[in-house]
Ligand binder design. Structure first.
Ligand code: ADP
Ligand code: MG
Length: 240
């Protein structure tokens, strides 16, 4: 589904991704773990071209998205993204937030977009909030709306960048539950997270990034019980 070959990204003279290669199969759940500043967000943002890779190649469904001729909007349609800071439109209601992109980008009619939007709100447990504005929602509810909004584009894959890091502790679980239920539908996902219990339980593979390098790529059982590298051992010792 996704193939990444020797991905490099520089900001000025600083190389923050130093040649990352991996593949993600359809339906796989990938947890991306690593110290702050290791390049996790940049890595995700390169996959849907929010950042332009400096060099290397990325294919999504056989199509090379790093080909300069590619339609970036089409790629972003296929790859949904959820951020730490929700990024909802504050002046729109919950349902308006969800129907905006399908109507504007895909040309879905308002009736159909609303019907699909309500279905998605049910899935994330917020059916009764469709007319609220984001300011009236808790952080956990906002993040669930953001997930529904990304799903409204019917993406082939979802990227989550620390989806629970901005939440009060009591709201982490409700968001992780929604992500877990999405995993059960077979959605392909890559999730940057510090929730190690979640990564262990839900992920098929853990990618450990450190200093812009993919240091380990292993199933969670293996990664958490017997990390191969000194760098992953040190990291896990600090946080577990
Ligand atoms: P992580 O998500 O693992 O914390 P990031 O991908 O956000 O790491 O950042 C990796 C490195 O790239 C950091 O040193 C960060 O300061 C730098 N960086 C990220 N975005 C930019 C940017 N837009 N301009 C300059 N440097 C950046
Ligand atoms: Mg980050």
């Amino acid at each position: 589904m996704i193939k990444i070959q020797d991905l490099r990204k520089n900001f000025g003279k600083v190389e923050v991704l130093k040649g990352i290669s991996t593949t993600i199969q359809k339906g796989e759940i990938i947890a991306i773990i690593g110290p702050s500043g290791s390049g996790k967000s940049t890595f995700l943002r390169c996959i849907n071209l929010l950042e332009t890779p400096t060099s290397g190649h990325i294919w999504v469904n056989e199509a090379e998205v790093t080909n300069p001729k590619v339609n970036i909007m089409k790629v972003r349609e296929q790859v949904g993204m959820v951020f730490q800071q929700f990024n909802l439109f504050p002046h729109k209601t919950v349902l308006e937030n969800i129907i905006y992109a399908p109507m504007m980008v895909k040309g879905t009619s308002k009736d159909v977009a609303e019907e699909q939007g309500r279905e998605l709100l049910k899935k994330v447990g917020l059916a009764e909030k469709e007319n609220e504005h984001p300011v009236r929602l808790s952080g956990g509810q906002k993040q669930r709306v953001a997930i529904a909004r990304a799903l409204a584009m019917s993406p082939e894959m979802m990227l989550f960048d620390e989806p629970t890091s901005a939440l009060d502790p009591e709201m982490v679980k409700e968001v992780l539950e929604v992500i877990k239920s999405l995993a059960l539908t077979g959605m392909t996902m890559a999730i940057v997270t510090h929730e190690m219990g979640f990564a262990r339980e839900v992920a098929d593979r853990v990618l450990f990034l450190d200093d812009g390098q993919l240091v380990e790529d292993a199933p969670p059982a293996e990664f958490f019980s017997a990390p191969k590298s000194k760098r992953a051992q040190d990291f896990l010792e600090k946080i577990l």
